[in-house]
Write a protein that binds this ligand. Sequence first.
Ligand SMILES: O=P(O)(O)OC[C@H]1O[C@H](OP(=O)(O)OP(=O)(O)O)[C@H](O)[C@@H]1O
Ligand SMILES: Nc1nc2[nH]cnc2c(=O)[nH]1
Ligand SMILES: [Mg+2]
Length: 161
Amino acid sequence: MATNYATVTWDQLHRDARLLAENLMPRAPFRGIVAVTRGGLIPAAIIARELDCRLIESISVVTYQNEEERGEPTIIKDPEAAGDGEGFLVIDDLVDSGITAQVVRRRLPKAVFACLYAKPSGKPLTDLFVVEVPQDTWVLFPWDTAPLFVPPLARKPVPTE
Ligand SMILES: O=P(O)(O)OC[C@H]1O[C@H](OP(=O)(O)OP(=O)(O)O)[C@H](O)[C@@H]1O
Ligand SMILES: Nc1nc2[nH]cnc2c(=O)[nH]1
Ligand SMILES: [Mg+2]
């Protein structure tokens, strides 16, 4: 269970995606990009623009979960156009346990796998990432959050003893 949160704004996400694209330039050009839906879709769009790549595929990996455990991950959308991944770049927003990346890599063994954020358990499964995040930190993406009114400190009720 995460004990800390790291909030990523749209601006920060855009900067991190551009930095990832810059770091990927030595490995370009790619025949196409495979976005890992849904989290990888927006990073993939930004990176596709920077790398001038117009062939975009997607893969969807779903792990059905109850309160205690995670089920077997299943590919519910296959990246047919990407073959075995040769010449393709796979983009996800982050790796955490690395389970999603493992399934994707097994399906696309010849692709380059890159993501914006990586936690220590998932890090070995990536070829490239931008920022390392501690394992106990939950990343809040801009699409997960909304600005909220916070009352001024002076208006907060003073706790009575
Ligand atoms: O390394 P893991 O432990 O597998 O976690 C990382 C995956 O989890 C999130 O996707 P999620 O399955 O929540 O779906 P989403 O992208 O549709 O939000 C995230 O976008 C990664 O794809
Ligand atoms: N939004 C979000 N989704 C995740 N899926 C696995 N880890 C994370 C995380 O830290 N943040
Ligand atoms: Mg995802």
